[in-house]
Design a protein. Structure first.
Length: 234
């Protein structure tokens, strides 16, 4: 299987300017890779930097050191130092991210929000609509809500809309931040099915999940995020 993401020597620090410039070393010297079709689970206690790692891999945070290489159109692309237009292209076609929160433009309908990734890649409207409707039905979003803005939905409904949007298209690399948090058993099973479908299609996934059932269902490997000094102390 092909390597779809390779990370070497990754470090991330935060400087607390209102705390006399205290520097927090959140990520230190991380090395790992992800293959097409596998799911890597980030493991570690709260505060170990799991969400920070996902945001750094997606390009929201600038690393202090290291390398993040992503397979994009059969070439490994270095994200550190990449131009903004290159990062945007990676996010359009290669690097997906399921966050815990739905961020959308106000007054855009639920159906349009879900279809957006497919339409951005040029998928025709009818095909995109059919795929979006299928996902919304699988995730229990009733048809009466499809033409409403999801900003008016409950938190659980917004999460399911976010999941539907994220699985509209194939992503060679997909980052998942607590994809089943706050979902009932039925929708948790649907999300696990969608993840398995993505794996079979060749996606490499990096996921955070505090739900043992979800972890056991999707994990191929675990990356221990426990800081080295704490793991030595234990």
């Amino acid at each position: 299987m092909k390597t779809v993401m390779e990370v070497k020597g990754l470090a991330k620090t935060f400087t607390l300017h209102q705390q006399h410039g205290v520097v927090l070393n959140v990520l230190q010297g991380l090395d790992f890779s992800v293959l097409a079709g596998e799911c890597l689970i980030l493991h570690g206690r709260s505060g170990a930097g799991k969400s920070t790692l996902l945001r750094t891999l997606y390009g929201n945070y600038l690393p202090a050191a290291g390398s993040i290489r992503v397979l994009h159109q059969d070439q490994m692309i270095e994200m550190l130092g990449a131009e903004p237009r290159q990062i945007l292209e990676l996010r359009r076609t290669t690097l997906g991210y399921v966050s815990q929160f739905l961020r959308v433009i106000p007054r855009v309908s639920c159906l349009d929000v879900v279809m957006e990734p497919a339409r951005a890649r040029g998928m025709d409207l009818n095909t995109a609509r059919q795929r979006a409707e299928e996902l919304l039905l699988r995730l229990g979003i009733p048809e009466r809500l499809w033409n409403l803005a999801p900003g008016t939905f409950s938190g659980g409904e917004q999460q399911r809309v976010n999941i539907a949007r994220s699985f509209m298209v194939h992503w060679p690399v997909l980052l998942l931040d607590e994809p089943t948090a706050s979902l009932d058993d039925a929708n948790r099973k649907v999300v696990i099915e969608l993840i398995e479908e993505a794996r079979r299609a060749g996606s490499g996934l990096i996921a955070i999940s505090h739900d043992a059932e979800t972890r056991n269902a999707i994990a191929d490997r675990y990356l221990d995020m426990t800081p080295k000094e704490l793991s030595h102390a234990d």
